[in-house]
Design a protein around this ligand. Structure first.
Ligand code: NAD
Length: 315
């Protein structure tokens, strides 16, 4: 059992707390916000339910404990999972103030979606212990965690973070160098750019663009990635045949993809289109997503390919 401190108990911090506590670790969440205890209790309840369904809830887990400051957090942790707002001006001084409460070998993992790890670690005495540990939300449910370090990061810090995430059953993707958005969000940003372009150009309703992904792309993507799709599209000739046949055509499409801006007019189209497509309150959409997602992930977990020549990570 590791000791984990979560710095910042918002959407991501509370989700991380549920993931670590449900995986059998001792968790303290540090955040002076008055609503922390209520939010953490709610996310912990939702997280336990989801983890139990996935078969990933340890027997008799210890609930994560909310505290106002590091001085109240008890013995120094093995890992700090930083989940402060995405602002260098906030993360840098907060981590520098936290460091005296840590051990020299504590790993500091930042949840940052796009900041440079070298800059996040700039004011630390031991910048070599800082890594990026970026979850998909909700962190107790989604399998992927992306990790990477700066040029000066100790490989051991990355190894220790990876081992802890794997203890939660996570699929850890290790980037060779930092890049804004890591893998998942960069890919998401590329697709969203075109979705915004199509909506802004009035090519289809925002609802139909959403469905093109929900029902046209997403089901296959559980099993084959964006290149794997085209490996299969090449039939018996695989990816090579597909590249020969469709490569020039795809290059023509790439040249035509949109480069929209999120100006007031485009924002209005998106917000109105979203309201028309799904008028439910956000909390209800999120609850519905999480319930269905945990059923889907349970299915995927139980149905990994087990043929002798199957790859190690078939999903
Ligand atoms: N929202 C997402 O979907 C998502 C997904 C993956 C990663 N991330 C990353 O996770 C991080 C957190 O994002 P979020 O959406 O949870 O933000 P959030 O605004 O919901 O939560 C941030 C929390 O930090 C607290 N906080 C602020 N200053 C503090 C301090 N000095 N000490 C302790 N707590 C403090 C706030 O009270 C708040 O509860 C960001 O770096 C973001 O890029 C976000």
């Amino acid at each position: 059992m590791a000791r984990i401190w979560i710095l910042g108990g918002g959407l991501v911090g509370c989700g991380w707390a549920a993931a670590f506590a449900g995986g059998g670790h001792q968790v303290v969440v540090i955040d002076p916000a008055p609503e922390l205890a209520t939010r953490l209790a709610r996310v912990w309840a939702e997280g336990q339910q989801a983890l139990a369904q996935l078969g990933r809830l340890v027997p008799a887990p210890q609930a994560p404990v909310p505290v106002v400051s590091a001085a109240d957090a008890g013995p120094a942790p093995d890992l700090v999972q930083e989940a402060l707002p995405e602002q260098l001006a906030l993360k840098v001084p907060a981590l520098a103030a936290l460091e005296p409460h840590l051990r020299p070998d504590t790993v500091i993992a930042s949840s940052s979606s796009g900041l440079d790890p070298a800059q996040i670690a700039a004011a630390l005495q031991r910048p070599e212990r800082l890594v990026i540990g970026h979850p998909c939300t909700p962190p107790y449910l989604m399998p992927v965690v992306e990790i990477c370090g700066a040029a000066g990061t100790e490989p051991a810090a990355l190894d220790e973070a990876e081992a802890l995430y794997k203890s939660l059953g996570k699929t850890v993707l290790r980037l060779n160098r930092p890049i804004a958005g890591h893998l998942v969000n960069r890919l998401q940003a590329a697709l969203w750019r075109e979705a915004v372009h199509l909506a802004a150009e009035g090519v289809a309703s925002l609802g139909d663009i959403e469905l093109a992904v929900n029902e046209g792309l997403a089901p296959r993507w559980c099993f084959v990635g964006p290149t794997g799709v085209f490996h299969l599209a090449g039939a018996e000739g695989g990816l090579q045949r597909c590249l020969d046949a469709l490569g020039p055509e795809f290059e023509r499409w790439w040249d035509e993809l949109g480069t929209p801006r999120l100006d007031p007019w485009t924002r209005q189209i998106l917000v109105q289109g979203m309201a028309a497509h799904d008028p439910r309150p956000v909390a209800q959409i999120a609850q519905d997503r999480d319930q269905r997602l945990s059923r889907l992930l349970t299915y995927l977990q139980a149905n990994t390919v087990s043929a002798p020549d199957a790859p190690e990570h078939p999903r």
